[in-house]
Write a protein that binds this ligand. Structure first.
Ligand SMILES: Cc1cc2nc3c(=O)[nH]c(=O)nc-3n(C[C@H](O)[C@H](O)[C@H](O)COP(=O)(O)O)c2cc1C
Ligand SMILES: CC(C)CC(=O)C(=O)O
Length: 346
């Protein structure tokens, strides 16, 4: 299969339709889901020629973690709905691609088992701060102990997104035999439901900062004023995301928000982004506009549903090859050489 789109079609064929809808869908009228991809199509690339750049090198280092390409695995829930091996398969594929996997707090395999299944994988852990801070701390300790190298705190979810299609499908819970294995405090018998709390505030970021030595990445920042505040609260990186259009509908496309956030951050910390990346050219555009790296959510799930570990490996390899090819055609030796002049709005 030559493109991510083919994996999506294969995943649609294979998945239970309600599960496909859960993975593919978004909030409200899915304005933001569509906007994320459409915004990339509206950006044109203006390559340079005769630069003698040679073959590009794609490696990046983020918060001390090395990745062979600037494309990370975004945190996504419930991988065992897509493949029986679930997050273990994803982690092995991420390790093979030598990239970073951000393990979701809502994973269907415990973070310890994900780490054990993929020795050598670089894992970061995504956290939904739970109102019970003692419980939150227990989860953070599990992630640290499992060897996760950063804590990605998702801040765009003070409530769950309203996803009409899940309501129509009656998709409310995981099937028998699957649970969110990271939602216990060390006693696997005591798995709790995820609690999204509208009371989450900057104070919780400060508490986390004091709680752990892991670098903290704030995921789901879209307003430049929040980007500046995040710096005041000592975060190690920002992650521009609208949750793939699954939380607040009608938030702008993330790639359109990037330049303002990058300007607000002023190079103080790395800026990651996700939302709508389906091609190597999308990666190049986001990085030209100032992203230090990007992440992909649904493409990984399409790979997993279409072909398990091999499917994810192929999706990541495809993206790697496409980024390399796009950089070559832009006359660049590395993603670090990307700059805004390469992108035109059309
Ligand atoms: C099925 C699914 C589950 C997700 N679960 C989580 C999650 O548990 N935690 C989180 O921070 N983001 C979650 N996200 C959001 C992704 O991390 C990411 O922001 C989004 O998928 C990026 O857009 P893309 O799918 O267009 O690449 C999820 C997204 C999808 C599609
Ligand atoms: C279990 C959910 C909270 C995972 C999620 O973030 C999502 O479905 O977008």
């Amino acid at each position: 299969m030559p493109a991510i789109r083919d994996f999506e079609a294969a995943a649609r064929d294979r998945l239970d339709p309600a599960h496909y809808d859960y993975f593919a869908g978004g909030a409200g009228d899915e304005v933001t889901v569509k906007a994320n991809e459409a915004a990339f199509a509206r950006l044109a690339l203006l390559p340079r020629v005769l630069r003698g750049a040679g073959s590009p090198r794609l490696g990046v280092t983020l918060l001390g973690s090395r990745a062979a390409m600037p494309v990370l695995v975004a945190p996504t829930a419930f991988h065992r709905l897509a493949d029986p091996e679930g997050e273990k398969a994803t982690a092995r594929a991420a390790a093979a691609a030598e990239t970073i996997m951000i393990v979701s707090m809502a994973a269907t395999v415990a973070v310890e088992d994900v780490a054990a299944a993929a020795p050598g994988a670089t894992l970061w852990f995504q956290l939904y701060v739970q109102p019970d801070m003692a419980f939150t701390e227990a989860v953070v300790r599990r992630a640290e102990k499992a060897g996760c190298a950063a804590l990605v705190v998702t801040v765009d979810s003070p409530a769950r997104g309203r996803r009409d299609q899940d309501v129509r499908n009656g998709f409310e819970d995981l099937p028998e035999g699957m649970r969110c294995e990271n939602l216990h405090d060390g006693d696997p018998e005591s798995v709790r439901p995820i609690d999204m709390s509208p009371a989450i505030s900057w104070e919780h970021v400060d508490l986390l900062r004091r709680m752990t030595r892991l670098p903290i990445v704030l995921k789901g920042v879209t307003h430049p004023a929040d980007a500046r505040l995040a710096l005041d609260h000592g975060v190690s990186a920002l992650y521009v995301s609208n949750h793939g259009g699954r939380q607040l509908d009608t938030v702008p496309a993330t790639v359109d928000l990037l330049p303002e956030i990058v300007a607000a951050v002023g190079g103080a910390v790395p800026v990651l982004m996700d939302g709508g990346i389906r091609r190597g050219t999308d990666v190049v555009k986001a990085m030209a506009l100032g992203a230090s790296a990007v992440a992909v959510g649904r493409p990984v799930i399409w790979g997993l549903a279409a072909g398990g570990e091999c499917g994810v490996a192929r999706v990541l390899e495809l993206l790697r090859d496409e980024v390399e090819h796009a950089l070559t055609l832009c006359g660049l030796a590395s993603p670090h050489d990307l700059e805004p002049g390469l992108v035109r709005r059309c």
